[in-house]
Write a new protein. Structure first.
Length: 270
């Protein structure tokens, strides 16, 4: 009788312990694979910021679970805070939107180095990993002059041909270039490309990266932060009217551009 009681108790203990073994097995399946040794990461990203847009590529080495060092290359637009596109009058032909008072449009190429450190790791069952990222490097600004399709009148021409358009580079000292009734629209883009001017400088960026990717070997993240571009030689962007000189316009030269940004990264780890 005593042996029977012992067998019943042992069987009961094994039955009660079975769910515990099953839970351990499930947790082992959910835990990261210790044999998966990831050392490299690359991602493509696109971002919008308070002064335009940008596209880039970031690549580097995963030094540890919490540290990632990278290089990045990027192409972006930098717009003046007062730049607004206005519709052309379209007296002759189809009008193109132009920047009223705009001297140059500024695009930039960046190359830099940076690091990313983990603030909060992603749980093994999923969730979001929070990192902070810091990068800096060189920037090459490309200032493209704005050309306008200007409306002109010549009374010596035959009737019906007295009004015509001529493409001219925007000049803040030319009063016709600031009077909207004479502007038919923006001129051809290639005219400005042939006269672009480079402006070398430096940039820096700081942001927070939120990785919500489901799989360890894939990158899916949102990044938000601030960035600044500094140019030793100021870029003439817009024409402005100085104090005490009404009716006179001069270039408004910009040494730096400060912007907030939000970016989406996607890529792989290996």
């Amino acid at each position: 009788m005593q042996k029977l009681i012992r067998y019943v108790c042992l069987a009961s203990l094994l039955f009660l312990a079975k769910p515990g073994f099953s839970q351990v097995e499930v947790l082992d399946n959910l835990a990261p694979d210790p044999e998966m040794h990831i050392t490299r990461q690359h991602s493509y990203f696109g971002h919008i910021h308070s002064g335009g847009f940008g596209l880039g590529f970031r690549w580097g080495n995963i030094r540890s679970v919490e540290r990632y060092t990278f290089q990045e290359a990027e192409f972006l637009q930098l717009r003046h805070p007062r730049a607004e596109r206005n519709p052309g009058m379209g007296w002759i032909g189809t009008p193109r939107r132009y920047i009223y008072g705009g001297i140059n449009q500024l695009f930039a190429l960046r190359y830099g180095i940076g690091m990313q450190r983990t603030l909060s790791e992603k749980p093994y069952w999923g969730g979001i990993q929070v990192d902070y990222t810091l990068s800096f490097g060189a920037v090459l600004g490309l200032a493209i002059p704005q050309y306008l399709s200007m409306l002109h009148h010549d009374s010596t021409r035959p009737m019906g041909q007295q009004w015509y358009t001529r493409v001219e580079r925007f000049d803040p000292s030319n009063s016709r270039h600031t009077e909207w009734q004479f502007i038919n629209g923006m001129g051809p883009l290639f005219r400005g490309l042939f006269n672009l001017r480079p402006y070398p400088g430096l940039y820096a960026r700081f942001g927070f990266n939120f990785d919500f990717g489901r799989y360890q070997e894939r990158v899916s993240a949102l990044e938000v932060g601030i960035m600044v571009d500094v140019f030793p030689w100021p870029v003439p962007m817009m024409a402005r009217e100085p104090r005490g000189r009404p009716g006179y316009l001069e270039p408004d030269r910009n040494f730096f551009f400060f912007n907030f940004y939000i970016a989406y990264h996607f890529g792989r780890r290996r």
